[in-house]
Design a protein around this ligand. Sequence first.
Ligand SMILES: Cc1cc2nc3c(=O)[nH]c(=O)nc-3n(C[C@H](O)[C@H](O)[C@H](O)COP(=O)(O)OP(=O)(O)OC[C@H]3O[C@@H](n4cnc5c(N)ncnc54)[C@H](O)[C@@H]3O)c2cc1C
Length: 425
Amino acid sequence: MLLPAGESMSYARKSVHDMNAHHPIAIVGGGPAGALAGALLAEEGRDVLLFDEKLAWEKPCGGGITHKALRQYPFLADAGSESNPVEHCELISPSGQRVRFQMQHPVAIFSRLALNGLLLERARRAGSEVAARVDVRHERVTRISGTAGNWQLFTPQREYHASYLMIAAGARNSFRSQFLSPISPSDLMVTAGYFIPGRSSVMTIQFLKGITGYIWVFPRADHVSAGIAGKMGETSTAELRGILEGWLGENGFSLDLDGARFYSHILPSFRAQTFDKLEVCGEGWAMIGDSAGLVDPITGEGLYYALRSAEMCASALLVGRPDEYRERLKEEVLAELKLAARVSQRFYNGQIFGDSVLERIVSLTAQSASFRELMSDLFAGIQGYRDLRSRLYQILPAVMAEGLGGAMGWRWNKSAKFAIDPVAE
Ligand SMILES: Cc1cc2nc3c(=O)[nH]c(=O)nc-3n(C[C@H](O)[C@H](O)[C@H](O)COP(=O)(O)OP(=O)(O)OC[C@H]3O[C@@H](n4cnc5c(N)ncnc54)[C@H](O)[C@@H]3O)c2cc1C
């Protein structure tokens, strides 16, 4: 912050503190990240100004919430009829080999209209017991100016003032370039999909040849979200859409039914080197959720990281040490996401014993009960990437574990075979 001539740093700190006392904390974006941050801050007595240009809406998404997220946020597990708990998963390899298995922990599949509505409602209600004010504005923030302690936010309706700024505006976020650099196309996936009327009790994942991504069919309470994701620059949205439509037709889904609606969106999929340099906060501001790029580059899971980053950022603010958000995120979240980024290309495109890694994973799932358990834990989010190698060595014959480890780029080290880092790409 620039100090007026002759003013001391302690004066500047005092004036920032004074402004903090009467300006609310502004959150731009009322998706899962922004809405949870708003609720947590208000519950502890902070006034919050939360903006979303659409409020609750059917954001293009699978809506799959893992057991890890349900355990951390039990109010989501209690949401009952808002979600569809799915216990069965079908994996299909690029050559068409299929395996169906029961997951030990169901994945809760939400419509995003319901999920966002539920989280925004919690934010609205939070704070009433401690007389904090949560002002949820159905407005688009078009410009932000000012500095820490006194931000000005402009919407077509009016101007607002805030002491602290949380950017939770998702992956298509016009403010990233104001605070950081825009997300590079090499760090993005493109997605295309359909919301299709109908019901199913199986979550389907189809891996594809030559595409760093997959097709999914996620059954929700009253419809199905089917989609496809691929790395930006490798495959265009039109090509992905064509592949998905062909697959849906072959697998008994009719897009001619009334109400099948097309969607497409971008999804952060950061490379390891991008995670290495990632900045998530600065003087008086922070980015959470997709705005910060917090999505698993292998699975595309972003909802847990949106919620967890919101929680970490809010708790750092509440103890008056906002910069702690950076450190806590680095330790817990970025360490995992960086590992995923390192192996993502090899997971989708690697070879093992003359087969693709994806074919081998589907056949191991079909052949081995312990491998099915591992897959079930991966889908539940309770098997992390950091100790995945050691589990592979425990459940697979050594030659297969070494083959898979080698294909994923994990360096074999005889003296410490369970404690080595994947080779950086
Ligand atoms: C096709 C697809 C499928 C996915 N499937 C899954 C899945 O099954 N499971 C999973 O865990 N993750 C999935 N993800 C990722 C998940 O959708 C995101 O990680 C998650 O939505 C991030 O939440 P967020 O709150 O950070 O951002 P968002 O959900 O994108 O919310 C951002 C909000 O900001 C608002 N906004 C933006 N700009 C402004 C502005 N200027 N002013 C006011 N409001 C603004 C928007 O209206 C929006 O509501 C998927 C993503 C895609 C694209």
